[in-house]
Design a protein around this ligand. Structure first.
Ligand SMILES: Nc1ncnc2c1ncn2[C@@H]1O[C@H](COP(=O)(O)OP(=O)(O)OP(=O)(O)O)[C@@H](O)[C@H]1O
Ligand SMILES: [Mg+2]
Length: 249
């Protein structure tokens, strides 16, 4: 016997649109009494790289912290895959596939590379699996595996931070100042890696003060000023805007 599903009232059923992986709607946030986000709207669709740009103190880090559940919101809505998750903890956020690599990389300087990787085992993968995957992506980490993370170069530390994040099998990576303190060639290698991660199905929100490093791989760019999104557009549009309006040159 066969069964045929039809919907006589409406005809063929349209596929459900895929919701954004990450959405901030009218998000407000404060440090103590001082409000620093004043209604931030930001959307990351599956497979996108969204660049969050703007000068010091604009609110980029605060925005990614809210998105990762590290800072409570004072208003608005945070959604993962279309689901409202206001008040989520960073741990639950990570469990739902939203993972932040913080400014300064968040590696433990006094632990070796291997020990840093082992800390990512809360996620189901074994130590061996996590190491294997990290060394496959970044062979240099294998050579450095018994070295203290703090004694590695900035680029190597960023590779370690990325490897740890990837061990959690994230759907969305939040990167805060990926390029900070890195030589231009290393920055472009890191962004090649990010582009490859997107090919593998990960979506990315990246906060960067320096637009030139991230715009080439971004699908969409937003400029933050004084806790608000001042402009959103294609990388080309925002590049033009940045050189004239926002960064004064
Ligand atoms: N822990 C904190 N306590 C109080 N105020 C803070 C704290 N962290 C950030 N701020 C303030 O919030 C505002 C936004 O800062 P935020 O770090 O989000 O900016 P940013 O765009 O990431 O800047 P940068 O480009 O320098 O990294 C700034 O005015 C900053 O001084
Ligand atoms: Mg910042």
């Amino acid at each position: 016997m066969t069964s045929v599903v039809t919907d006589r009232a409406t005809g063929p059923v349209e596929p459900e649109p895929i919701p954004p992986v990450l959405e901030l709607v009218g998000v407000r946030a404060a440090y103590g009494p001082i409000q620093v986000l004043h209604g931030v709207d930001l959307t990351v669709h599956p497979g996108q790289v969204v660049a969050l740009l703007g000068p010091n103190g604009g609110g980029k880090t605060t925005t990614v912290k809210v998105a990762a559940g590290l800072l409570p919101m004072a208003g608005g809505e945070l959604r993962y895959a279309g689901q409202k998750v206001n008040g989520i903890s960073a741990e639950t956020a990570a469990g739902m596939g939203v993972c932040l690599i913080p400014e300064g990389r968040g590696v433990f300087a006094n632990l070796t590379v291997r020990e840093n990787l082992w800390l990512a085992t809360g996620t189901g993968a074994s130590r061996e699996q996590i190491e294997e995957r990290a060394y496959f992506r970044f062979p240099i980490l294998q050579d450095r595996r018994n070295q203290l993370a703090g004694s590695m170069s900035g680029g190597e530390q960023q590779m370690l931070a990325l490897s740890r994040a990837l061990a959690t099998d994230p759907a969305v990576l939040l990167l805060d100042e990926l390029s900070m303190g890195l030589a231009p060639m290393i920055v472009s290698q890191m962004y090649d890696t990010v582009a490859q991660l997107v090919e593998e199905g990960i979506s990315v929100l990246v906060a960067e003060q320096f637009a030139r490093t991230v715009l080439p791989i971004a699908d969409l760019a937003a400029v933050m000023l004084h806790g608000r999104i001042a402009a959103v557009g294609t990388p080309a549009e925002i590049d033009a805007d940045l050189s004239t309006t926002y960064l004064g040159g």
